[in-house]
Design a protein around this ligand. Sequence first.
Ligand code: R5P
Length: 289
Amino acid sequence: MDGIRENRDKDYGIGIPVAGQGYFLKGSDNLDWGMKDRLARIFRPSTGRTVMLAFDHGYIMGPTSGLERLDLSITPLIPYADSLMCSRGSLRSVVPTTSGKAICLRYSAGSSILTELNNEVVLDPKDAIRVNASAMAVMVAMGNQNFEAKTIENLVRTADAGYKYGIPTMGVTAVGTDMVRDAKYFGLAARVCAENGANIVKTYYCDGFAKVVNACPVPIVIAGGKKLPELEALELCYNAINEGAAGVDMGRNVFQSEHPAAMIQAVSGVVHEGLTPKQGYEKFKELSK
Ligand code: R5P
């Protein structure tokens, strides 16, 4: 009892209301502490955005261009990313345990490009816990006659495990070849993911993207898609951010660039520093010298 000081009202802050903390990501106010802690590792609280480096392509494609040797192509880029999206195989075999980056674990897997894609199952949540995942990413094949229901079930099961253990779920919208890549489709796909428990949605930029973002109650990140000339890729990032994306989950436009380290830093400039595509491209050229 000797350490309890009486008659020092200021220590108790009498008369000072406890300030509410709020939270910086939309749709996340009511999540538990662990969820918010993990989301704050993926998204920088200072900007509310993320540069997620995606290199999970091998889980369906094998050693695709730029990912033949992950240790040589990806490891040098890790310092410039906020978060890493990868399979547990590449995580355990290549990503240094000292990297300190938020891991968005590829959490669903199934068929490869040699057969029909999207016939997936999900991992055991205990493995996500073992690798200290900050999010679990699950493919959702919206509009796919064969696999829509199964992949939504995967998302639901993942979100159930996520809420149990405090790990956010990222719904990854897979676009079927016969789907029209417009705001109506992406808006539906993103919303269905969020309504079924996703805390983050990954989708693609399209005309009318602001409608997709506004109709989705949780943060959206965009995939980069196939390799574009660097200036065009930076324009894609800029437009997406300008229309409300909370960041990018970008792979090929980074690791297939002639200068991947310069490219990821230019992307980060657009995402976090408000660079225009032209300014981002200047940065890319400067860092490529
Ligand atoms: C697709 O779902 C893969 O998981 C990639 O992570 C995703 O497409 C992002 O990579 P990219 O920017 O190359 O499209």
